[in-house]
Design a protein around this ligand. Structure first.
Ligand code: FMN
Length: 153
């Protein structure tokens, strides 16, 4: 079983690159089993106890979720499962040009999972496409620190 499952919400692929880089560093450098799941292949029943979950998602429209994450989000919201067993992190991709909706995609998941009883591990991380370096580089650096704090074996 995976130690960590990364749930990817993306339109143009940045979040997927971030997830792949995170998987690479955690498996190769830290010996963790990491799975990657695109959210369009998921519904609420896909959230099962065992791994820690890490949401890596961008933001579109006016603070909306990427299309490939919307159905999954809606299904979890509609079914409202008890997620009190769940531990999760959020790495949110956005752009501060959209200053009133910056990184809202990740924030929406944080609010939903928390409302259903899940426990977030650490603060919501935010990648700013206008200010920060490459998302996959920043994500890989962030996840090393995050995993050390929260996934220590
Ligand atoms: C049409 C459009 C709308 C966007 N809306 C937002 C937004 O409301 N808030 C935000 O923080 N970023 C917004 N972004 C920025 C993206 O979330 C950011 O570029 C991200 O890195 C894209 O990642 P992806 O390739 O995984 O989809 C928007 C980008 C585009 C092109």
């Amino acid at each position: 079983m995976s130690d960590l499952v990364i749930l990817v919400g993306t339109v143009t692929g940045n979040a997927e690159l971030v997830a792949e880089e995170m998987q690479y560093v955690l498996q190769d450098d830290h010996g963790l089993e990491v799975g990657i799941t695109n959210m369009d292949s998921l519904d609420a029943s896909g959230l099962t106890p065992g791994p820690v979950y890490l949401v890596v998602t961008s933001t579109y429209g006016v603070g909306d979720l990427p299309d490939n994450a919307q159905d999954f989000f809606d299904d979890v919201q509609a079914k409202g499962p008890d997620l009190s067993w769940m531990r999760f992190g959020v790495y949110a991709l956005g752009d501060s040009v959209y200053n009133t909706t910056f990184c809202f995609g990740g924030k929406h998941f944080d609010e939903l999972f928390t409302k259903l009883g899940a426990t977030r591990l650490g603060p919501v991380a935010q990648h700013d496409a206008s200010e920060d370096g490459l998302a996959e580089d920043c994500g890989a650096e962030w996840v090393k620190v995050w995993a050390k704090a929260h996934l220590a074996k």
